[in-house]
Design a protein around this ligand. Structure first.
Ligand code: ATP
Length: 328
């Protein structure tokens, strides 16, 4: 079998661990493997290189993706898709592993309809992909947020400040809630749950009255408007409101792309490695249009269509627990 692997959409720490497992497991099984550069763009441009065992040496611990990633609009057009078919056929690739988010899986479905076998691996720090409890990169990203929270809290305590920290997650609050729960935030605002800035102002004023040395408020980037626009600044809107309403010393930090990089944690390396290996098993078993997930503490297989069309929801109990533990 000739297998292609690509990373698409936003990069995530652990993608390299998945690429390494895919390449070496495929070679172990007697397959040829090609690395496709910059997502679907690499297919269109014919930018695909044969990978050997050495080509994935020394990448397990590196963030980002050695294959690079991209958003390829041309692949959404009929002309782009016809070109992709030609290019894949020219090289004789018959199986593809697509590492990315739900948009990338839609691309995988297009390739599947053309007759190529496709398997998806969920890779996004946002952890917002349907069916699976876990997507590669989430653990590393939340740990990065925790590290930043620790540092910001040190300085906030020294000056009795209220700090607003904006975290990634697109239109979902999974990073925000997980970091708030384990980093001890005083409050967390996410797009999925209605919030009330007036009661947040009251709560922070009460924190000061009961001699809390600081308040840390986590804000998910998708709280207001489009998280992809450069000036969406959810956190500044919250900060301005709280400043005017409470008169307190407020500081805003947007963690931004810091959250996307860094050496992957044990958990991300492990899940990425297991998923990469399973992807090759599935292709060799003749499976197609499947997404590999990790739920209930084990690798599980889902129909790609189901994964794309299932909306993952936040656990409201976790959000409530953040508030209970901050205000008890
Ligand atoms: P992230 O969650 O990090 O944004 P994603 O995979 O959802 O990852 P998208 O930008 O939505 O990111 O999609 C990545 C790429 O997948 C697109 O640039 C495009 O090349 C391809 N793609 C997305 N949707 C489709 C579609 N409907 N048909 C064909 N290709 C698609």
């Amino acid at each position: 079998m000739k297998i292609g692997v690509l990373t698409s959409g936003g990069d995530a720490p652990g993608m390299n661990a998945a690429i390494r497992a895919i390449v070496r497991k495929a070679i172990f099984q007697g397959c040829e493997v090609y690395g496709i550069k910059r997502g679907f763009s690499g297919i269109l441009e014919g930018d695909m290189v044969k990978m050997d065992s050495l080509s994935v040496a020394d990448i397990l611990h590196r963030g980002g993706t050695i294959l690079q990633s991209a958003r390829c609009l041309e692949f959404k057009t009929p002309e782009g898709q016809a070109l992709a078919k030609d290019q894949l056929e020219k090289l004789g690739l018959n199986g593809l592993v697509i590492i990315g988010g739900d948009g990338s899986f839609r691309g995988a479905q297009v390739l599947n309809k053309m007759g190529f076998q496709t398997v998806g691996i969920p890779g996004t720090i946002d952890n917002d992909i349907g069916c699976t409890d876990y997507s590669i990169g989430f653990d590393t990203a939340v740990n990065t947020v925790l590290d930043a929270m620790n540092k910001i809290r040190d300085t906030a305590s020294s000056h009795n400040r209220t700090c607003i920290i904006e975290v990634m997650g697109k239109n979902a609050g999974f990073i925000a809630v997980s970091a708030a729960l384990t980093g001890g935030a005083e409050a967390v605002l996410v797009p999925e749950v209605p919030y009330d800035l007036e009661s947040l102002a009251t709560q922070i004023t009460k924190n000061v009255a009961r001699k809390k040395s600081h308040s840390v408020v986590l804000v998910a980037e998708g709280l207001f408007g489009d998280p992809n626009s450069i000036d969406h600044s959810s956190s500044f809107k919250v900060g301005n409101y709280l400043s005017l309403r409470t008169g307190l010393d407020i500081r805003v930090t947007i963690l931004g792309h810091l959250q996307r990089g860094g050496t992957p944690t044990f958990f991300d390396r492990k899940i990425a490695t297991l998923m990469g290996s399973k992807a090759i098993d599935l292709l060799l078993a003749g499976e197609t249009e499947k997404m590999i997930g990790y739920s209930e503490n084990r690798i599980q297989i889902y129909a790609m269509d189901e994964a794309i069309n299932t909306k993952k929801s936040l656990d409201p109990e976790q959000l409530e627990l953040v508030n209970i533990l901050a205000n008890a």
